[in-house]
Write a protein that binds this ligand. Structure first.
Ligand code: FUB
Length: 339
């Protein structure tokens, strides 16, 4: 037991520095999308299970079936599991693999956005609607028309418009699409070609549809060129997230096979975004996935790792740590295990 600890022991304090501990340990959770709704923190994570499916590059071993919403009264309060919020059996169009979700609030309703595979193995994104932030949520009968791939993240801009960012390569299937159209013959671009960008679409007034044709976002290097597909320590892989800080749009994401959470900034929700650096160094486990949320004037990174399962890559735990900005708006890189 550490010398000092916060009330709920979510952090171990060693030499006065905090090393994040899992927010919940009675089940495995990942891909935490955090929001403050009605003054309280709500986290929308994946609910990791061991589905008994062998590891492969498509991520079939991530065989999740349902979602639980986690809530916290304050950043140092206990994290509460609010129970079953949505199960794949209650989603008419979906068959399996309930991957990273997100949520949004509009006019007293709460919208849970989630990717799942249809019976034919193709990912789409669905929406389920609830009256409270913790659910339960009732799924729409069909997936969102024109949606594809994984990892939806919904950003509410200051003018009241909502945008969904989505996409992920490899198991997320983004490499099979060009101009929003699937072709089995499509592959990831070669190393010297422009990398595939994440996708954005504004949401309709009722939050159930895309209000426009989805567009690819460009992530640029310091010379204004689109990051190359071979630049795997900087190019987009999955886990899109957008937040706004001092009037700038921060697009953050996972680089997948190089295991960084990094970010790029821009002046419009549509980008282009210019690469800035690493937010989180690699964690224990293959995947890294995060969200960034302001709570009472401080900024936090919600993320996951596989420490609790001793490195089992599909059995992860959500964590939180504070983010620091430099005066020029850049983010101080977080070393997850250094004190
Ligand atoms: O949790 C399943 C998948 O792993 C997510 O959709 C990806 O972002 C990665 O974290």
């Amino acid at each position: 037991m550490p010398e000092e600890s916060t009330e709920n022991m979510d952090f171990e304090i060693i030499n006065n520095k905090a090393i994040s501990q899992p927010l919940v340990s009675h089940m495995y959770t990942a891909d935490p999308s955090a929001h403050v709704f009605n003054g309280k923190i709500y986290i929308y994570p994946s609910h990791d299970i061991d589905a008994g499916i062998p590891f492969n590059d498509n991520g079939d071993h991530f065989g999740m079936e349902d979602y639980h919403v986690i809530s916290m009264e304050a950043i140092d309060s206990p994290a509460v599991d609010n129970g079953l919020a949505l199960h794949v059996n209650d989603v008419p169009w979906a068959e399996r693999q309930m991957w990273a979700p997100d949520a949004a609030h509009k006019n007293g309703k709460y919208y849970l956005y989630f990717p799942a595979k249809r019976g034919d193995g193709i990912f789409q994104i669905g929406v389920a609607i609830g009256d409270t932030p913790a659910g339960p949520f009732l799924a729409e009968k069909e997936a969102i028309k024109g949606s594809y791939t994984i990892d939806p993240a919904v950003f509410e801009d200051e003018d009241g418009k909502y945008y969904m960012y989505f996409g992920g390569i490899w198991g997320g299937q983004l490499q099979k699409y060009r101009n929003n159209t699937y072709d089995e013959a499509n592959e990831e671009p070669t190393a010297d070609q422009a990398s595939l960008g994440p996708i954005i679409a504004m949401l309709s007034e009722d939050m159930k549809e895309f209000a426009e044709v989805p567009k690819e976002i460009q992530i640029l290097d310091e010379n204004g060129a689109v990051l190359l597909a071979g630049d795997n320590s900087r190019r987009f892989f999955e886990a899109a997230w957008v937040h706004k800080y001092n009037g700038k749009y921060y697009f953050s994401y996972s680089t997948g096979d190089s295991h960084y959470i990094c970010y790029a900034t821009g002046d419009s929700p549509y980008g282009p975004f210019t690469y800035q650096g690493v937010i989180l160094e690699p964690v224990v486990g293959w995947t890294s996935h995060h969200s960034i949320c302001e709570v009472n004037g401080k900024w936090y990174l919600f993320y996951h790792d596989s420490s609790l399962s001793k490195g089992i890559t599909h059995l992860r735990s959500i964590k939180v740590t504070e983010i620091e900005y430099n005066e020029d708006g850049t983010i101080v890189t977080i070393q997850p295990y250094l004190i």
